[in-house]
Design a protein around this ligand. Structure first.
Ligand code: GLA
Length: 289
């Protein structure tokens, strides 16, 4: 059988998911493919570009799934690792589908991510990978996990540009930021409150095709992640500045956890020559038996 699970890029709403806030990711056309066959009682997966984390994530999904079928096969990925495009969530969801895990796959994979990485991450990445919808962003309310697909305008391009700094959640201050937020640090709380408002305004702007407004909200989101939540880096800040100075770029911001990784930009088609052009794509699926 063959399964595919996408990575994601978040258009707006970062460091809000674990606070029960709002996020607006898209699933990508890039992701993880697993090919092989079910059978036996062990899960054995090989990968050409497996790092030391690979088997930890696979084992964590198998452990969280409890009793499940064995599987033997190979894993390939079109996602850059460490870029912040959720290569790990995409691997987890693909493994869960391959072994026939049942129930709430996104929740199961979030637990697997936390178990394997030790990072108290939220559920956005796994939800985007499972529930992605072609041509749509997903407005997710992380207090209920309800999802509203928001159609993407067709006269735009979404561009993802790597800052050159590889990002590792485990070595980052992710857990520290989350703890500060939960302790009520005023700036951290202000980021979440204002970011939630920006997500709602951004979804409205997309629906009314107000791309200038959508872009301005992205730039405000970046400033809040930089100044109030303090998860940006000089390289990410410079890249956002460089991008928004280009004609035809509506807006740009760091995306995902920060501390390195990528910037996402909303642009007129063909405005930017850098980075990867990504499209809002379908969620994880079994492609064949
Ligand atoms: C990482 C986590 C997500 C989310 C983002 C920041 O991608 O895995 O749960 O918290 O950071 O928005």
């Amino acid at each position: 059988m063959k399964v595919f699970a996408p990575g994601r890029v978040n258009l707006i709403g970062d460091h809000t998911d674990y606070a029960g806030g709002l996020v607006l990711p898209i699933a990508l056309q890039l992701g993880t493919t697993i090919e092989g066959a079910r059978g036996g009682d062990r899960v054995e997966l090989t990968s050409d570009d497996a790092d030391e984390q690979f088997s930890r994530f696979v084992d964590a999904v198998v452990a969280e799934a409890g009793s499940s079928t064995g599987f033997r096969g190979s894993v390939t990925s079109t996602l850059p690792i460490g870029a912040g495009l959720s290569s790990s969530a995409s691997l987890e969801v693909a493994v869960a589908l391959a072994i026939g895990a049942t129930g709430d796959i996104a929740a199961l994979c979030q637990r697997a991510e936390q178990r394997a990485s030790g990072v108290p991450c939220g559920r956005m990445d796994q939800l985007a990978s499972v529930h992605g919808r072609a041509g749509h962003a997903l407005l997710i309310d992380c207090s209920t996990f309800s999802i509203r697909p928001v159609p993407m305008p067709d006269d735009i391009e979404i561009v993802v540009v790597h800052s050159g700094e590889s990002r590792s959640l485990a070595s980052s201050a992710y857990a520290e930021r989350r703890a500060q937020l939960e302790a009520g640090d005023a700036r951290r709380v202000r980021h979440v409150t204002t970011e939630n408002q920006r997500v709602v305004a951004f979804a409205d702007a997309l629906e009314s095709r107000d791309l200038q407004r959508a872009g301005a909200l992205m730039v405000q989101s970046h400033a809040s992640l930089r100044d109030d939540f303090e998860v940006s880096t000089p390289a990410l800040d410079a890249l956002v500045e460089e991008l928004v100075a280009i004609d035809g770029v509506h807006g740009a911001r760091l995306t995902g956890a920060g501390f390195g990784g990528c910037v996402v930009a909303l642009t007129e088609p063909g405005a930017v020559a850098l980075g990867w052009k990504v499209t809002a794509s379908s969620g994880a699926q079994v492609l064949g038996d």
